[in-house]
Design a protein. Structure first.
Length: 422
């Protein structure tokens, strides 16, 4: 009985995979046919039965698309005098092809790593968010991927990737709704440098063929909850001190006052001077730096609960010196609480949005997972300056993300902070 059920299950799986491949081929053929009609051929080609209606092969079609995009992005405009002088029609045509395509395509500025254009397929990743609709456009690509992909470089050449032993990139892109988020896995199929190397055109394939809305409906976030639990900061598996990220943001903008969840409170207690004298004496006695002693002594108390259907996380902080170094502890300070209700938290020039993350595998690792996106109004654009992935369980908590300098807009740091249950 079990064997029969297993055989049927495998047959069904094979059938589903065949149907998915067939649908993907049909979708690809439709897009290629549209491109073939819209993109003028650059050369006269002898037609034979294996070619497209224009007489070109698919490789020749892509070559013509590349030449035209390069020409349009050139500062001097089109250089081929045999073509019409009015480039606005071409510009509109190619922009329409690119932005309407259901395939996953991005155009990234090589110098700034900023997403300057994206296909309709990518637009769907944020179209269900009222506050952040179209969020991906104009952002540094590092803010759009899962923390485990932070070292992935979108603009690294294929030759460099192959030299490093990476032949196929699987990238998990952020997809958001009003108060929920997930990371959408894609396979990078190819990349093309255009406009004299100023831009990189990236082509991705979906791993899951379902519409993103259906995927959101099928993913169930973890409903984990636990009462007050004490954690100690782990300086070994963390990449920086808890105060470092917030210091970068505060230094880059003197008007930065709000701070990010947990990072701001840890920085505040770090810079509290009322107990610095006692901690400095202990650090000097044991010949370690004050920052290291604070890292070894930092404790957090976390409570995860639910207000109706909305998750709520409350955190307290204190210093408790390890017994190896002496006896000293502060009161619990800097209580902070968030309710993930989809409402933006606004202060002077900044806005924070928290999203409940649904784990792709569906089990949530028995942890409450959140995504925090902090944006700033810079030259009338909503620019992401911090992206955090937070995870809370009864065994540990972690914050992984990236932050950028508000004035220069350079991504100045990627970080991981972790703490484990005492």
């Amino acid at each position: 009985m079990n064997s029969s059920s297993s055989n049927v299950s495998r047959q069904d799986m094979l059938m589903v995979k065949r149907l998915q491949k067939s649908a993907l081929r049909d979708e690809t053929k439709e897009l290629i046919d549209k491109l073939d009609k819209l993109v003028p051929a650059k050369r006269t080609i002898r037609r034979h039965r294996s070619l497209l209606k224009s007489g070109r092969s698919i490789t020749q079609l892509l070559s013509d698309v590349l030449q035209k995009i390069t020409c349009l992005n050139s500062p001097t405009g089109p250089t081929n005098q045999t073509e019409p002088q009015n480039s606005h029609d071409y510009d509109r045509m190619y922009r329409e092809i690119f932005t309407r395509a259901l395939e996953l395509m991005l155009l990234v500025d090589v110098g700034s790593r900023k997403v300057v254009s994206m296909s309709k397929g990518f637009q769907k990743l944020s179209e269900h968010s009222r506050a952040l609709k179209g969020f991906h456009l104009g952002q540094h690509i590092r803010f759009l991927v899962h923390p485990k992909c932070l070292t992935w470089d979108a603009c690294k050449s294929e030759e460099q990737s192959r030299a490093e032993g990476c032949f196929r990139d699987v990238v998990n892109f952020l997809a958001i709704r009003d108060h929920s988020a997930t990371f959408y896995p894609c396979v990078l199929e190819s990349k093309i440098l255009v406009s004299d190397g100023r831009f990189m055109l990236l082509f991705f394939n979906k791993i899951d063929p379902r519409p993103i809305g259906d995927i959101f409906d099928s993913l169930i976030p973890s409903a984990v909850k636990f009462d007050w639990t004490v954690f100690s900061f782990d300086s070994i598996s963390s990449t920086c001190f808890p105060c470092d990220v917030e210091r970068i943001l505060r230094k880059s903008d003197p008007g930065y006052v709000e701070g990010s969840f947990m990072l701001a409170q840890m920085c505040n207690i770090w810079e509290e001077t009322s107990f610095n004298a006692e901690l400095s004496n202990i650090a000097r006695l044991h010949q370690i730096s004050l920052d290291l002693l604070k890292a070894l002594s930092l404790q957090t108390a976390v409570k995860v609960s639910w207000e109706g259907e909305l998750p709520c996380c409350t955190v307290l902080f204190r210093f408790k010196v390890p017994s190896l170094y002496g006896i000293f502890e502060t009161q619990w300070l800097q209580e902070t609480k968030i309710v993930v209700d989809g409402k933006p938290v606004r202060t002077k020039g900044y806005e924070s949005l928290f999203h409940l993350q649904a784990d792709w595998e569906g089990d949530g690792n028995n942890a409450l997972q959140l995504v925090e996106l902090k944006t700033a109004e810079i030259r009338n654009d909503k620019v992401c300056v911090l992206s955090n992935h937070l995870e809370f369980s009864e065994r540990h908590w972690s914050i992984t993300g990236t932050a950028r300098h508000v004035k220069t807009l350079e991504c100045s740091t990627c970080y991981r902070l972790r703490a484990f249950r005492d």
